[in-house]
Design a protein around this ligand. Sequence first.
Ligand SMILES: Nc1nc2c(ncn2[C@@H]2O[C@H](COP(=O)(O)OP(=O)(O)O)[C@@H](O)[C@H]2O)c(=O)[nH]1
Ligand SMILES: [Mg+2]
Length: 388
Amino acid sequence: MAEEKKGFFSRLKAGLSKTRDNIVAGIDAVFYGASEIDDDFYEELEEILIMGDIGVNATNDIIERMKEEVKKKHLRHPSECKELLVESIKEQMRVGETAYDFENEQSIIFIIGVNGVGKTTSVGKLAGILKRQGKKVLIAAADTFRAAAGDQLAEWAHRAGVDMIGGADGADPASVIYDAVSAAKARKVDVLICDTAGRLHNKKNLMEELKKMNRIIDREFPDAHRENLIVLDGTTGQNALAQAKEFGEVAELTGVILTKMDGTAKGGIAVAIQSELNVPVKYIGVGETIEDLQKFNADEFVNALFDVETKEAETNESAEDCVLESNTSVENKVQNDSGVINEGSLETEDSAEQVLSENVVSQEGSNTEKSEEDNEEKPKKKKWFFWK
Ligand SMILES: Nc1nc2c(ncn2[C@@H]2O[C@H](COP(=O)(O)OP(=O)(O)O)[C@@H](O)[C@H]2O)c(=O)[nH]1
Ligand SMILES: [Mg+2]
């Protein structure tokens, strides 16, 4: 167990190493280089945070809070402020208790965002995570706009060992959603994840398309728990924030998947998003393979970002969810589970149905292994969903 946790934490650190260097190198110089807590100190700190993509507004908030705390606690030396900073960012970034409720309800997850940010990849990774939890997962290829988008998703369906409903290139995405929702209901699927097109250059169309899909779900499956996760590429900095704002005008965002955090992303963007939009970062992508999606853990993320040592014992339990036993076990799963690719037509659904019922045995098997936490009676919270 300790090994697994250690593995997870080192992975996160390794994934964030480039990111971390972008903030931490400069910030330690401010905390340990300055001799007094004065205007110069605050100015340097401000500059570093803004350069680290935390953004002007979030940085101002952070500095204001820090000034108050410094006064209250009568701090004298800049080095004493690092812990203040780390703690205040952690507090701000903590994901609410209900953030992952969709895992325990019948849910429909929309994955939205502009082209190239990692939507399709994230659908595949998320399907993999949920499948490994023993859930019955279906994915919908509602990006019919980009040629071969369906093939790309089909490949992910195969890797994750889940079924997919798709449509021909150029088909009406709403019809794919209709087919997918009907199949999800008929097959008692736990989670339906919908990949969508990322055309932001035609905002009106995109808005209409998303609204239409929403109407279909409202009509066909009103009881489903709804999630709208926006995928943002962490390496695009403040652009990511602008995209989230734009999509936020179209849809009620319930969370962020921040991708490419293994690259040159400045992790501060996660702080900026949370602070400015009040939308929690729920997952981070740290690579291109199926295991490279992790639940966002504020404490670990901020520790990794500022290179704060974490005692292994303190690592959050939720982190375990995302740790694979080993790479081999995933490969085995992929080989054993035949991900049947459906073209959205009724004839092919039957064969998928068969494969699904064959899968039931193994899925029930893994259900019994669910943690005690899952068995605990949790008050069900209905998340009301509004599409603007
Ligand atoms: N390094 C890295 N690459 C990623 C990550 N997520 C996605 N990608 C890559 O980003 C590219 C675009 O991803 P895709 O899922 O097709 O984006 P979409 O257009 O939004 O569906 C692909 O080459 C992915 O492999 C990540 O977390 N880290
Ligand atoms: Mg895509």
